[in-house]
Design a protein around this ligand. Sequence first.
Ligand code: PMP
Length: 349
Amino acid sequence: MFELESVIRKNIMALLPYSSARDEFSGQAELFLDANESPFGSLNRYPDPYQCELKNKLATQRNLDEKMIFVGNGSDEVIDLLYRIFCEPKRDKALTFTPTYGMYDVSAGINDVELLKVPLTDDFDIDIETTKALLGAEQIKLTFICSPNNPTGNVFCQQKIETILQTSTGIVVIDEAYIDFSSTKSLVGLIDRYPNLVVLQTMSKARGLAAARVGFAFAARPIIELLNKVKPPYNVSLLNQQAALDALNNETDYCRNLQEILAEKETLYNFLEGLSSVQEVFPSAANFLLVRFNDADLIYQRLIKRKIIVRNRNTLIRNCIRITVGSSTENQLLMNELKQLENEKSIVY
Ligand code: PMP
């Protein structure tokens, strides 16, 4: 049984949050002399601490309540805030399914929280029996499920995710950074049914704003209120809020770019499947492909020599490299190089 009060750290529950000038007065006025800003310049005023315009746009687009949205300085900020709100350092535990996105582990380390790792099965699926047993035996405050998963590219089935949501007495975070590229729909719609669900999304991938650092958490209102309580007062800059708003207003570019990336992914997939240096290209619901080569380290080094950088995941998944789908020109460059390498005797098996 999930009870929010019992999973919040006591000090966070008791915390008196910082009250910014904009918390004390948030209406329109003739003259603002309450935040020690400079009267000069165009970026001289603090940004809206609650990003109301951005949330309003997103809420309208997604048919959501604005109070169910938190905006972070990238979703990485939200991951860290969740540890800080829910996990008592040195005592509480978190859980994830490996291999997966590295920041769940790094943020756990920073917050001095033990992260339990359930290995994915050989076909990159969640071992639900092991997971249920762990959730029953351990005090797990946070569970991270990355779907589509980075770096394996697959989506986990909703039924398994719901079993975890039902079994866990803690918060379950579904990281949907790559959901736009997937034909599976977001689980944001489950928030009304699960008070322990947090869904993460980001402007960094399909929306093309990795440099701007804007990520979202969607959850029931009490969880959003906690995130607002602990966040730095002005965590998303005015420039970044504006960039995110502009991107959300530009559905045409978003749809066109998304279609192009999906088409390019297919081209790259078919090309890679035909290489004799490749053992397997894993199906991907994201904007990257996980590829098992005969010798990943060798391919990785050869590509570096040609100034093409991919992500060598050999230490996580044997002989695997993660390749981001680029533009048509970028992918062509990569394919040309791989074709050339293929002709070099040492790489053909
Ligand atoms: N989640 C996943 C699964 C990711 O792969 C990444 C970035 N690589 C992030 C979150 C971080 O996103 P952001 O840029 O919004 O911090």
